[in-house]
Design a binder for this molecule. Structure first.
Ligand code: NAP
Length: 250
């Protein structure tokens, strides 16, 4: 029996998971919502590094890893690639294309958190859409700034920070209203790619606002790479149920 381990954490991964039958396993870090309506089995939480992932794959007789993690979840991707090499088993990855700047965009790339802080220093109302990382810097907010931090979890914030717990997809009108309400003058974003969280970039563009884009991490090589869920699902279908071209003699 061929058994797939799907590493998830994105909407695209959930789309793939919805097509997997009960022989297969969908794995989540546990940061977001855990779907309860899938046919495949769902496991939640870290494996315990490379050794833990290898042990899981052996115990569950996994024959293919499909890495559909977020483009910034580089550690999980590195572990998947390392275990695939150790076990001489295939690892495929869904690698969503990054957003590209368009005419009117004022994007600046930042390599790390401290470069982001430098880039936003001249502004007063940054809107953070990086996830929870800024929450550990609430005591470092410049007196001239009020941060808005949008992330998955609610958090108390403080006098200089408003925390908004929200999950995409986000609409253009919703993003416009958020920028208005928070008087956003600079946007901080990952270059996640995809449509679900792209509207904020359109709002920054139409208002001529700068965007500080956290650079994507380097990702390891994999046996097969796909840029969209449908091509990955087609390949998966063919791998799980290969049909010979000629199954009858004339
Ligand atoms: P990471 O740094 O690649 O992963 C850290 C550890 O989390 C992994 O080593 C693994 O623990 C566990 N992990 C991650 N994905 C897993 C999965 N699908 N199944 C089981 N365990 C998993 O990624 P991260 O810390 O989760 O996130 C890094 C960046 O990606 C952040 O900026 C975050 O906002 C963004 N992001 C992540 C997710 C997500 O679901 N992971 C979703 C959206 C955005 P062990 O080493 O113990 O196996």
């Amino acid at each position: 029996m061929k058994r797939v381990l799907l590493l998830g954490g994105t909407g695209d991964a959930l789309t793939i998971a919805r097509r997997l039958g009960p022989d297969h396993v969908y794995s989540l870090a546990g940061l977001g919502r855990i779907p309860g309506d899938l046919f495949c089995s769902v496991r939640v939480g870290g494996f315990g590094g490379i050794d833990g992932l290898k042990a899981f794959i052996e115990a569950q007789s996994i024959s293919l890893i499909v890495d559909a993690t977020h483009p910034y979840a580089a550690q999980m991707s590195r572990h998947a690639s390392a275990v695939s090499a150790l076990k001489s088993m295939p690892c495929w990855a869904l690698r969503r294309a990054p957003w590209q700047p368009q005419s009117g965009d004022a994007w600046r790339e930042a390599a790390d958190f401290s470069s982001i802080l430098d880039a936003i220093a001249p502004y007063h109302h940054p809107l953070w859409t990086l996830g929870r990382e800024p929450l550990s810097h609430l005591d470092e907010i410049a007196p001239s700034q009020h941060w808005t931090i949008r992330c998955l979890d609610s958090h108390p914030g403080n006098a200089r920070a408003t925390i908004i717990a929200a999950r995409g997809p986000f609409s253009l009108d919703g993003e416009r209203a958020l920028f208005d309400a928070q008087q956003t003058d600079v946007l901080i974003s990952k270059n996640s790619g995809g449509a679900a969280t792209e509207a904020k970039l359109a709002v920054a563009r139409e208002r001529g606002l700068p965007v500080v884009m956290l650079q994507r991490p380097g990702l390891p090589p994999v046996e097969r790479e796909f840029s969209d869920t449908s091509s990955l699902l087609n390949a998966l279908e063919a791998w799980l149920h290969p049909h010979p071209l000629f199954d009858k003699t004339p």
